[in-house]
Design a protein around this ligand. Structure first.
Ligand SMILES: C[S@@+](CC[C@H](N)C(=O)[O-])C[C@H]1O[C@@H](n2cnc3c(N)ncnc32)[C@H](O)[C@@H]1O
Length: 243
């Protein structure tokens, strides 16, 4: 799927049934998500993330956070409990519009619609933490890898990129996954994988080092998926003799 088509699909999904497009839980299609339960799932995720980072001794330096593919802010809002300022970015204008309406944290949370295959709207080193979950799986690997490199560029040295990404299709032909929506109506949710070797190469090339990686148990029989915590390396110190 080309990038413009990806944007149109998420624009339409965001306009039609945003909460279900974000979390396709059984019985929630057609505006049937209970909004409080939807946002509670984000708070629970935030508590899990905080505990996971602490459990593995992953310390995030002070600074702001970026939530990439924020949808209507389900996780962005939860990140506001952990960071002084959070920026949610999404390709879908209706998602961003709704996220702004549902914001509970005033100016500490900002939402930006970004329709580019890069994050050039943000300066190098402007975040201490970048986060993305259930987003990179919906785009071709070339785009996912481009955004991974961008996360590393946006991090200050010592900052942490947390991301979830499917790396292999366990049942050939299982993709495209998901909802019984015809591609033709432009509300299509494609499913893609990005080979793990390419993910690791993008991390290394972008100046990152994997602090922790774990397989996602929820990914099921069809997909292999991982979540990674990656630290942006501190500037290389050059021994005196090599200068
Ligand atoms: C399944 S939803 C997940 C939303 C959010 N991460 C959550 O868990 O609540 C995927 C989101 O990614 C967004 N998205 C897809 N491709 C994107 C891109 N290239 N740049 C920014 N957002 C993107 C979609 O518009 C959608 O809101």
């Amino acid at each position: 799927m080309d990038f413009e088509r990806l944007r149109r699909n998420w624009e339409n999904l965001g306009r039609h049934d945003p909460m279900w497009a974000i979390l396709t839980a059984p019985g929630t299609e057609g505006g049937k998500w209970d909004e409080a339960a939807f946002f509670r799932s984000g708070d629970e995720y935030g508590e899990w993330l905080r505990a996971w980072l602490a459990q593995h001794g992953i310390v995030v330096p002070g600074g702001d956070a970026l939530d990439f593919g924020c949808g209507i802010g389900r996780i962005t809002q939860a990140l506001a409990a952990m960071f002084p300022r959070v920026v949610g970015v999404d390709i879908s204008a209706p998602m961003v519009e709704l996220a702004r309406k549902k914001n509970r944290h005033g100016e500490r949370v900002q939402y930006v619609c970004n329709t580019r295959p890069d994050l050039s709207a943000f300066a190098d080193g402007s975040f201490a933490f970048t986060h993305t979950a259930i987003v990179l799986q919906h785009m071709r690997a070339e785009y996912a890898l481009g955004y991974l490199r961008e996360f590393l560029r946006l991090l200050r040295p010592g900052g942490i990129a947390f991301f979830q990404i499917p790396t292999a299709e366990l049942v050939p032909g299982a993709a495209p996954m998901a909802p019984a929506i015809e591609p033709a109506d432009e509300r299509h949710m494609e499913m893609h994988v990005t080979p793990k070797a390419d993910v690791l190469a993008a991390i290394g090339g972008g100046g990152g080092e994997v602090v922790r990686e774990e397989e996602d148990r929820w990914a099921g029989l069809y997909w292999q998926s991982f979540h990674f915590a990656v630290r942006k390396r501190l500037a290389r110190t050059v021994p005196l003799g090599e200068r």
